[in-house]
Design a protein. Structure first.
Length: 177
């Protein structure tokens, strides 16, 4: 089984447009671009578009992995707590018969949009090519192995996979974090 792809908050934040919209919540990263294309022009996307490239974990209950709910003190009905406004697949605030709920799973429970895991901690590292003296700083995920870091570094040096990676003169085990 291949390892999951980890993303830094910065990597998520660059996907912040309607044509390329990612969000993170509850430790996972989701690409909602196909969902937006499917429901193009829907006003219920406004809160999601405003949060593009950001972490929206505060919208969710970590235990249920559903939108946070509260009991309305006037009606006594359990309602979703959506301070930025109602969004796609969230039912209207009052019971209605004209709300189409035949969409299947709500988008926040649909694993099709999941692209990876948000790192618990990102860190900056320096990679020095001792042959040329060039130094490259990279932001990496703390969960990534050295092989995965090598893959990130290939964008800066396409020959890096043929090098011996060392730290303080000792060869590194590329399968370790």
């Amino acid at each position: 089984m291949p390892r999951s792809k980890y993303f830094t908050p910065h990597e998520v934040s660059v996907h912040n447009t309607v044509g390329d919209l990612w969000v993170s919540y509850l430790g996972k990263v989701y690409n909602l671009t196909p969902l937006i294309e499917k429901h193009e022009g829907d006003v219920l996307f406004k809160p999601i578009i405003e949060s593009a490239g950001k972490d929206i974990s505060h919208w969710f209950d970590p235990k249920t992995k559903d939108i946070i709910t509260h009991v309305d003190h006037l009606t006594g009905c359990v309602k979703y707590h959506t301070p930025r406004g109602r969004f796609l697949h969230v039912p209207p605030t009052c019971p209605r018969t004209d709300w189409a709920n035949d969409f299947g799973k709500p988008w926040w429970k649909d694993v099709r949009y999941e692209v990876g895991i948000l790192t618990a901690k990102s860190r900056w590292i320096r990679i020095i090519n001792t042959l040329t003296g060039q130094e490259q700083r990279l932001e990496v995920c703390s969960e990534e192995t050295l092989n995965e870091i090598l893959h990130r570094y290939l964008n800066y040096n396409s020959h890096a996979a043929s090098y011996t990676w060392k730290h303080n003169g000792v060869n590194l085990d590329m399968s370790k974090t």
